[in-house]
Design a protein around this ligand. Structure first.
Ligand code: NOJ
Length: 441
């Protein structure tokens, strides 16, 4: 048996990621309102008690993370709980989060905190959410309160999770609230998110000069179906730069570049201390006149790609390497803020995990400054418009009984975290299908 180990640098952060609405339960926000309307959530489920973290189950789940060798956790704080009305802060909610942060510390889990993970308080949503510039000042005020309260426990902040997904799903695809289909509005929302992020960046640094502040960008690899075709290449470049680059580009030089024109946002220039990267999958695209509404791009997975349980994710580890190379072009430290696969049977996850962690190792060995990896997710949770149909957890959760069951991937990831490396022996035991690919003779 080969004895090789892909070792990671000392101090590497191994964690998992969750978000407030998906795990806490008992929220009242724009998503709980959205879930009430038939047709919005494909299995008609509601977030409900979710994973019952607000009821106290965060303790047992964080025990699982710590016992599994993790030394970090990414979570979000729920705006609607902390600020139930524009002129009111909930001391109960703030205290509860303080308890959770103490709990993280006791378990040796370094926190990374997301301020906005898709959900808005209803009082903001009723005023138009991020379409309305009032959201910017409101977010700034919320950020100030959160950082003042938690700064003894948290120094790594992620302002906004997947602003590109928020804008596309809510304002182009219409599957997230508010369910619109309007590119102009999507771009206005994106510009306001850039402004909100920039305001938060400056507030955080005023209150906590040592803070590390960034976002989490969902990078989707989009390759031309036929590399020789100039039209396929054109649509691939265009869609990739719109999807992956519009938001993060603005944080570099203060200009948001879109096909419909440029917006100058000088306050955004230089407002990231790290690049937070969420990567799941890769698409292929061909130019096709029948897809006018998709800017003439027909997107699909590679024909022979291995697909996840509900065919939502293709296992494309090379796309992850491409994403990391893209992140590296910003010349900032890189944190893998999410990576994972929906797989209730845990049939594909062990190979996906091995292959993707191998790509992280490969990138580190090209000197790309990656400081941590957060697996999405610690346990199954409420997967937005797909409800409970997609299971991303290392641990299985039965939302009815709240019972947890350990998937083999949890044990596998635990060994990786404890070893601070991926060994041939582990891959042989947990992901034999990809052994020869990862450890060729
Ligand atoms: C990205 C999002 O940040 C998270 O909320 C979601 O559950 C995962 N992707 C999986 O779709």
């Amino acid at each position: 048996m080969a004895q090789a180990v892909y070792n990671f640098p000392r101090g590497f952060l191994w964690g998992s990621a969750t978000s407030s609405h998906q795990v806490e339960g008992g929220n009242t926000n724009n998503w709980t309102a959205w879930e009430e309307v038939p047709g919005h959530i494909i299995d008609r489920s509601k977030s409900g008690v979710a994973c019952d973290w607000w009821g106290g189950r965060w303790r047992e789940d964080l025990d699982r993370a710590a016992e599994g060798g993790q030394n970090a956790h990414r979570l979000s704080v729920e705006w609607s709980r902390i600020q139930p009305a524009p002129d009111r802060w909930s001391e109960v909610a703030l205290d509860r989060y303080l308890e959770i942060f103490r709990g993280l510390k006791e378990r040796g889990l370094q926190p990374m905190v997301t301020l906005h993970h898709f959900t808005n308080p209803l009082w903001l949503e009723e005023r138009g959410g991020w379409e309305n510039p009032v959201a910017i000042q409101a977010f700034e005020k919320f950020t100030q309160k959160v950082v003042e309260t938690f700064k003894d426990y948290v120094t790594t902040w992620c302002t906004i999770n997947e602003p590109n997904v928020y804008a596309v799903e809510g304002y182009v695809e219409g599957v997230f609230p508010p369910g619109k289909h309007d590119i102009q509005t999507a771009l206005r929302v994106l510009a306001n998110l850039v402004r909100g992020h920039s305001a938060a960046y400056h507030i955080i640094h005023n209150l906590q000069p040592e803070a590390q502040v960034g976002t989490a960008i969902n990078y989707r690899s989009i390759l031309p179906a036929a590399g020789w075709s100039p039209l396929d290449r054109m649509v691939a470049n265009m869609q990739s730069s719109i999807y992956n680059r519009v938001f993060s580009g603005a944080l570099v030089d203060g200009v948001m570049r879109t096909p419909l024109g440029n917006t100058r946002l000088p306050e955004a220039r230089g407002t990231q201390d790290f690049i937070g990267l969420n990567y799941y999958t890769r698409d292929y695209i061909s130019f096709d006149l029948r897809y006018a509404s998709a800017l003439f791009g027909h997107r699909y997975f590679r024909k022979d790609a291995e697909l996840s349980k509900t065919k939502y994710i293709a296992n494309e580890p090379e796309g992850f390497y491409e994403a990391i190379r893209w992140a590296n072009s910003f010349n900032l430290p890189i944190i893998i803020t999410e990576n994972g696969v929906e797989d209730s049977d845990d049939a594909m996850r062990p190979s996906y995990l091995a292959q993707h962690i191998h790509q992280v190792w490969r990138a580190i060995n090209f000197n790309f400054p990656i400081t941590g990896y957060y697996h999405w997710s610690l346990m199954d949770n409420f997967e937005w418009e797909r409800g409970w149909t997609q299971r991303f957890g290392l641990w299985e959760v039965d939302p009815e009984t709240q019972a947890r069951r350990k998937r083999p991937s949890a044990a596998f990831y635990g060994e990786i975290c404890q070893e601070n490396g991926l060994s041939a022996d582990m891959v042989a035991r947990y992901a034999p299908k990809v052994f020869a690919r990862l450890f060729p003779n």
